[in-house]
Design a binder for this molecule. Structure first.
Ligand SMILES: [Fe+2]
Length: 401
């Protein structure tokens, strides 16, 4: 059989650094595959293999959208291995209807955890949770000029934000234009009811939100009333002439993990009970609800939502109400425990960026003048940038491409 033609799909699902396929054996229910360095084989069902071809009959070579009609595949389908190209690390299969399909070793390896999958955000840089049990010794930081000029530096910076939940960028010009250019470097800006790029200062009266004041703001997440709350939030400090006003950051993932082990009942209540939030001003009525800890299918916390200022009326039956309010108070107390905080007195030249799905943020009260200019990015945009930059930088580093 002819080798798989070079196209975007096969390119996307190839990685010469992934473990090589060394042996294949056909079984009744599927194909047993042995990867280099593994003693036990991995079984891929015939159905899965039929559904995951990378050839042009199975997948669009440009968009990578599936062409295979999954629903026309017999659940008990059985295929036949017709070729294994050791050099290209590609296998070819023949099906009862005469169709031939091809799959890459990397697709198999990444689907059984033997190689990082393309969608993983920073597979070699795990998230580092911080709180009073594991305080940060240094603030994550990067240099503006390097981030603006070099894609590797941009990737390092975005990965730092992924790892720690925030970073302080140094050397940023204190202008609206420089802030916008930096925001665009991160990705498409998320427009909200506050606009696209927005100034933040107590002089502004356009929105009545507590953020537009000089008073202390307890740690919270933004956009609890948005169905798609912002993923990243950034502020460039344009002017500061006064006292106080330090930004407060709290690692919500770390607090969730504290509760998961120390108070599992509270953790369960906070991950199960939906908390409604709303935002109301002239012409606007936003509302969303989700648990304080939103979990993924593995039970990992993927989004923390906590903003008592914006909480909408909720009526729970008696025992649920007790359960919720006890847990909510435990979380609240942890967010106010200053030993869990990082405080940053942002000055002109510095931009703070943080993960609004992970960190809570607040602000000490201040006197004087303080002008920030900032924006949001959606979580989807942040993740997309991480994946695209990593793929392009890894590809540039490969000698054989
Ligand atoms: Fe906020």
């Amino acid at each position: 059989m002819s080798p798989l033609p070079k196209n975007l799909a096969t390119d996307f699902y190839s990685d010469p650094t992934a473990p090589h396929l060394v042996r294949l054996e056909q079984g009744d229910t599927g194909l047993l595959v042995w990867f280099a360095g593994q003693t036990a084989p991995v079984l891929f069902s015939w159905f899965w293999l039929r559904d995951h071809g990378l050839d042009e009959s199975s997948i669009d070579p440009v968009t990578l959208q599936r062409r295979t009609d999954t629903f026309s595949i017999a659940p008990d389908i059985r295929g036949q291995l017709t070729n294994f190209d050791q050099q290209q690390q590609l296998i070819s299969l023949l099906w009862p209807d005469g169709q031939q399909t091809s799959l890459s070793a990397y697709l198999l390896a990444s689907n059984c955890g033997l190689a990082p999958a393309r969608h993983e955000l920073a597979p070699d840089k795990p998230q580092i949770l911080w709180d009073n049990a594991a305080p940060l010794t240094d603030l994550p930081a990067a240099q503006h000029a390097a981030v603006m000029q070099n894609d590797s530096e941009l990737l390092n910076w975005l990965e730092q934000i992924f790892q720690y939940g925030f970073s302080v960028l140094e050397g940023v010009p204190s202008t609206e234009q420089a802030t916008t250019e930096l925001a665009q470097r991160v990705g498409r800006i998320q427009e909200t009811l506050f606009g696209t790029m927005w100034p933040l200062s107590s002089e502004l009266t356009e929105h009545g939100d507590t953020a537009y004041s000089t008073s202390y703001l307890a740690p919270h997440t933004d956009g609890t009333y948005y169905q798609d709350a912002a993923g990243l939030q950034m502020f460039n400090c344009l002017r500061f002439d006064g006292d106080g006003g330090e930004n407060i950051l709290v690692d919500g993932y770390a607090l969730a993990e504290q509760l998961r082990s120390a108070d599992p009942e509270a953790f369960q209540a906070l991950s199960e009970i939906n908390v409604p939030s709303h935002y109301i001003e002239r012409g606007v009525h936003m509302r969303a609800e989700r648990p304080a800890f939103r979990l993924d299918g593995n039970g990992d916390v993927i989004q923390v939502s906590f903003n008592n200022y914006d909480r909408a009326p909720m009526r729970l039956v008696a025992d649920q109400a007790d359960r919720f309010h006890r847990a909510y108070r435990v979380l609240h107390d942890a967010t106010l425990d200053e030993s869990n905080w990082v405080k940053i007195g942002l000055r002109p030249g510095q931009t703070l960026i943080f993960d609004n799905w992970r960190l809570l943020h607040g602000r000490m009260g201040y006197v004087g003048e303080r002008v920030f200019y900032g924006c949001y990015h959606s979580r989807a945009e942040f993740e997309s940038r991480l994946r695209v930059l990593r793929a392009s930088i890894q590809k540039d580093a490969r000698p054989d491409d």
